[in-house]
Design a protein around this ligand. Structure first.
Ligand code: OXD
Ligand code: MN
Length: 597
């Protein structure tokens, strides 16, 4: 392909403009074919970025090792540029657009020297879906091209669907120009100088310096959440950090549920859950992002804008997520995992036994006696969704799937019960706005500290958090009786000795069953100030060896515990500022009153 493959004038002139700015050695328009992928992967093997894995054990798969300064999303280097600072709000990094543009122009000047510039037309969502959107990423990273081919739909098909329509320009450079004769490194980047910049008003995305994950695969967090959330607000739909799963009851009734959880709460595991209760089946539509629109029948329909999984590898195993293990068995990319002597990958908790000898993610020899972990805590797999054995038959339906419920959750060792239902949409929005999770040892900072993360969107909302919560209130008004029911779950409650009360994983299907039965009017609940909590009898605990006292503790609501949180919630709300909708503040006041009452 080349620029003659499209009549899209905006695209042709943008590519020309970027080439003039970044001065690459050549330009490659990505057609998305397997041959192209294979040759790109070979290029990465030759450059030392990729290690080809043993084809007998992990066919057509590669391990990449990144620079130690480029291993995760960088929230403090993520910026939103709008004319008015107030549009972005206190929970985002606002920067004045013109100054940032000047800075970026400087950084991108000559940034692709000596490298190939790739033009990747990509579709977020099934090509041609009314809810899907097209972007074009220009990048100088073949690693990004390979990952984008798994995570999104790319190439000729998308360019054709785009025609002469508008698209989201996403410009990415690793920021490592190559002088003639200069030897390349295995993971070129500009680790000290990263900029992940969003211009929601144009809209456009500029990302410089990093080649890793959400910093560089611009369809994911940058487009599908930050920019899409602003589009959704303007156009009356929803772009959410949510998994989408389908549940089929023994009577073959299908219920689709969206789930918002902060990181390290097992979102991907839940998205691919293997139910333990007989007769219930679960299917996966997506594990990270949901785009939802109200359709003519009044219901809310969701699509998964992605086509792959960019999952956290450590902790993933046959026990925690057998379906993910199948999805990543071939045609996958692994980044910063460990390598076994047999040419396959490994990471912490993948197997019960740690292999006696590995190469760690720095490519150094590693044994269980070594200091530090063999894989990076944010090591990832990039795997095609189509390889997950429980993909829902409708996962690529351009119309989306009808949503019946949302679940919010976080990691809470106390206070929050296993599951409860909001009495109405507004109470549900309030619960979403106070979502919180305890920080884990995997993240820097104090362990067990509560971090409020409304709707799990704190790092991903492209505009003012108060306006975002207002948009949720407005969507409820629009949806009326068709609004999905809202639930809150907590798999992580502990007893006084610090032991988990709930086994989690596949057993969470018991909670999903209660949710489906609530929707069908079949399960009982008790009214409490925080919402509707299951009665002991309404939870299906058949075959589960767990003392009744533990179950009582799991569903206990203690007014004194919740009251203790109220001042901290008020403080959090005050950081969101006066854009917070009055209805949500009123929910907090009424919760406090009923807890005291
Ligand atoms: C992700 C995240 O990578 O939420 O999905 O950080
Ligand atoms: Mn995510």
């Amino acid at each position: 392909m080349n620029d003659a493959s499209t009549k899209n004038q905006k695209l042709v002139s943008w590519v020309k403009e970027v080439a003039e700015l970044c001065t690459p050695a050549d330009i490659h328009w990505c057609d998305g074919s397997q041959e192209e992928y294979d040759s790109m992967a070979q290029r990465l093997v030759d450059a030392g970025t990729f290690v080809r894995l043993n084809p007998d054990l992990r066919p057509n798969s590669y391990l990449a090792r990144s620079d130690t300064g480029d291993v995760a999303r960088v929230e403090d280097r993520t910026f939103i540029c709008t004319t008015n600072e107030d549009d972005v709000g206190p929970t985002n990094n606002w920067t004045e657009p013109e100054g940032m543009r000047k800075k970026l122009k400087g950084l991108f000047t000559g940034s692709m020297k000596g490298r190939t510039m790739f033009v990747i037309p990509f579709s977020m969502g099934p090509v041609g879906s009314e809810t899907a959107k097209i972007g074009v990423e220009i990048t100088d990273s073949p690693y990004v091209v390979c990952n984008m081919r798994i995570m999104t739909r790319i190439g000729s098909e998308v360019l054709e669907a785009l025609g002469e329509d508008d698209f989201l320009p996403c410009l990415h450079s690793i920021g490592a120009p190559l002088e003639p004769g200069q030897e390349d490194v295995f993971w070129p980047c500009d680790a000290e100088n990263k900029y992940i910049v969003h211009y929601p008003e144009e809209p456009s995305i500029w990302s410089y310096g990093s080649g890793y994950g959400g910093n560089a695969l611009l369809g994911k967090k940058c487009f599908a959440l930050r920019i899409a959330s602003t589009m959704a607000r303007n156009e009356g739909w929803m772009a959410e950090h949510m998994l989408i799963l389908g549940l089929t009851s023994p009577e073959k009734k299908k219920t689709y549920i969206g789930g918002a959880f902060p990181s390290a709460c097992g979102k991907t595991n839940l998205a691919m859950i293997q139910p333990t209760i007989p007769g219930w089946e679960a299917t996966c539509v997506g594990d990270d992002i949901a785009w939802m629109r109200q359709k003519a029948d009044g219901k809310l329909y969701a699509i998964n804008p992605e086509a792959g999984f960019f999952g956290v590898a450590p902790g993933t195993s046959e026990h925690s997520n057998g379906n993910a293990m199948t999805a990543l068995a071939k045609n996958s990319i692994f980044t910063n995992t460990a390598l076994k002597p047999n040419g396959d990958i490994w990471w912490e908790e993948m197997t019960e036994e740690t292999p006696p000898e590995l190469e760690d993610w720095h490519a150094d020899k590693w044994t269980p006696a070594s200091e530090g972990k063999a894989s990076n805590p944010n090591a990832r797999y990039t795997a095609p969704a189509s390889q997950c054995p429980v993909m829902d038959p409708e996962w690529e339906n351009p119309e989306g799937v009808p949503m019946s419920a949302f679940i919010f959750g976080g990691r809470r060792s106390n206070v929050v019960p296993l599951v409860f239902e909001a009495k109405n949409w507004l109470q549900g929005v309030f619960l979403g706005s106070i979502m919180a999770s305890e920080t884990t040892a995997a993240a820097a900072g104090a362990v067990g500290k509560l971090r409020r993360d409304p709707f799990a969107m704190l790092p991903f909302c492209g505009y003012h958090m108060g306006d975002y919560i207002k948009h949720w209130v407005g969507m409820g008004e629009k949806l009326g009786d068709n609004a999905p029911r809202i639930f809150y779950v907590n798999w992580f409650r502990k007893d006084a000795d610090g032991n988990w009360l709930w086994p989690g994983f596949g057993e969470n299907s018991r909670v999903l069953k209660w949710i489906c039965e609530r929707i069908d009017g079949k399960a009982d609940a008790q009214d409490t100030p925080i919402g509707l909590v299951p009665t002991l009898e309404s939870l299906d605990l058949n075959g589960l060896d767990i003392p009744e006292s533990d179950v009582s503790e799991l569903i206990a609501v203690r007014a004194e515990d919740w009251l203790q949180e109220i001042p901290e919630i008020r403080e959090f709300f005050s950081t969101v500022g006066n854009q917070l909708p009055s209805q949500v503040l009123a929910e907090l006041d009424s919760l406090e009153a009923s807890l005291k009452g």
